[in-house]
Design a protein around this ligand. Structure first.
Ligand code: GDP
Ligand code: ZN
Length: 374
């Protein structure tokens, strides 16, 4: 297997996809950046510009099939004046997405083929465990392993209570308190930073994502909020995303500019993100208990005894309902993918009806003719 590519996260599964395709002459490359339809791709040896080929553009049906950052694509070896042509997107091992804002639009793809999804929160006055929970719900749906990073640990004398509380709520998710600014406890992130691993950094603006990437890079490559503010080109308002390769051979995808993270509707994420509640709910008397006042509801009992806080139950219900509406919206949109076929089916039944009538009249005529002795 190509070792230069494996530094970028290429593995056996992708190699097999390439070999079983009819395009073994194509060059595999990883998408590192997207600017209005222009893709920057890394082939392991060079970074080049590419765009979607005409046949790709004609062939795809949903936005899900378009390449996003972190995707492995196949490019045509022939380089045109406008760059290479992307002909295929290889099957992903994970995908982090959110629902686009607005009622009718679908999902916005954020990053693909990630191993670890870092959910970053700052231990400052903006600390909000509910926001972590929302990111976590979506992260568990991505197929990547979520890791919670509590940054700005230097600001808080005693963090043990916050960490213990969070650990109790999300026992399945590793939690690390670090300081990106003062380079404290960053070594606790080493297990995720192996060669060929891909991590994506998510979290609200201002939690220290750029600072953390700079700390991992060992240089001030990204502008942080303190120097972005007086950057008169207004770069703090941009929302570009980029895949950066660290010296250790770890790929880091920065996901800045996220004001909100809308859930996309998969049920599993809520279940994983609220595994403490899920665990309790196994003792509800009815298997399909909706936890809305049914007799023998274990969640109600846990709230009565104080084992489960009303606030946490409230957030569970909120995200579950939000997820269910996202799912419904997704279902309502689906038939639109094949409108032509539905119309054709309607027409087909009209044609069938005409054919039956025609046959009936013809048979009747033939009968009459026979009776007349012709
Ligand atoms: P981003 O918007 O998530 O990329 O956040 P930035 O990296 O731009 O950081 C936002 C602000 O928080 C900046 O002023 C940073 O200097 C500050 N900051 C980042 N990390 C830390 C930290 O570990 N401790 C403290 N005290 N401040 C930090
Ligand atoms: Zn119940």
């Amino acid at each position: 297997m190509n070792s230069i590519l494996s530094n970028l996260g290429w593995n056996e599964t992708f190699q097999q996809q390439l070999e079983s395709s009819n395009h073994t002459e194509a060059i595999p490359a990883r998408v590192t950046r997207i600017d209005r339809g222009r893709y920057t791709v890394h082939t392991g040896e060079s970074v080049t510009s590419a765009q979607l080929s005409g046949s790709f553009l004609n062939g795809y049906q949903t936005a899900l099939e378009q390449p996003t950052i972190g995707d492995w694509v196949l490019i045509d070896p022939l380089e045109l004046t406008q760059g290479h042509l992307i002909t295929h997107v290889l099957e992903r091992k994970s995908l982090f997405a959110r629902q686009s804002s607005g009622k009718t639009s679908g999902n916005q793809l954020l990053a693909a083929n990630i191993d670890y999804l870092f959910i970053i929160a700052g231990l400052d006055q903006d600390y909000n465990p509910r926001r972590i929970q929302r990111y976590l719900t979506q992260a568990w749906n991505s197929g990547a392993q979520p890791v919670v990073i509590l940054n700005k640990a230097d600001l808080l004398e005693d963090k043990s209570q916050i960490i213990e509380e969070l650990k109790r709520q999300i026992p399945d998710t590793p939690i690390h308190a670090v300081s990106a600014l003062y380079l404290e406890k960053l070594e606790s992130l080493n297990p995720y930073l192996g060669r060929g691993n891909t991590i994506a950094l998510s979290g609200s603006s201002g939690v220290g994502k750029s600072s953390l990437i700079n700390a991992l890079l060992g240089e001030e490559r990204l502008l942080t909020q303190s120097n972005r503010a007086d950057d008169n080109r207004g770069r703090h308002t941009t929302s570009w995303r980029e895949l950066i390769v660290l010296a250790s051979g770890t790929c880091v995808i920065d996901l800045p500019g996220m004001r909100e993270l809308q859930l996309t509707g998969e049920e599993a994420g809520v279940m994983k993100a609220f595994s403490d509640i899920n665990f309790l709910a196994r003792n509800c008397r009815f298997r399909n208990c909706r936890h809305e006042g049914e007799p023998g509801c274990a969640l109600q009992e846990a709230m009565d005894s104080g084992e489960l806080s009303l606030e946490r139950f409230g957030q569970f219900t909120k995200l579950k309902n939000e997820n269910a509406s996202a799912r419904k919206r997704g279902k309502a949109r689906k038939p639109k993918i094949f409108p032509k076929q539905n119309k054709w089916r309607e027409k087909e039944s009209v044609f069938k009806e005409i054919a039956i009538q025609y046959r009936k009249t013809n048979n009747a005529k033939r009968k009459l003719n026979q009776e007349d002795g012709f």
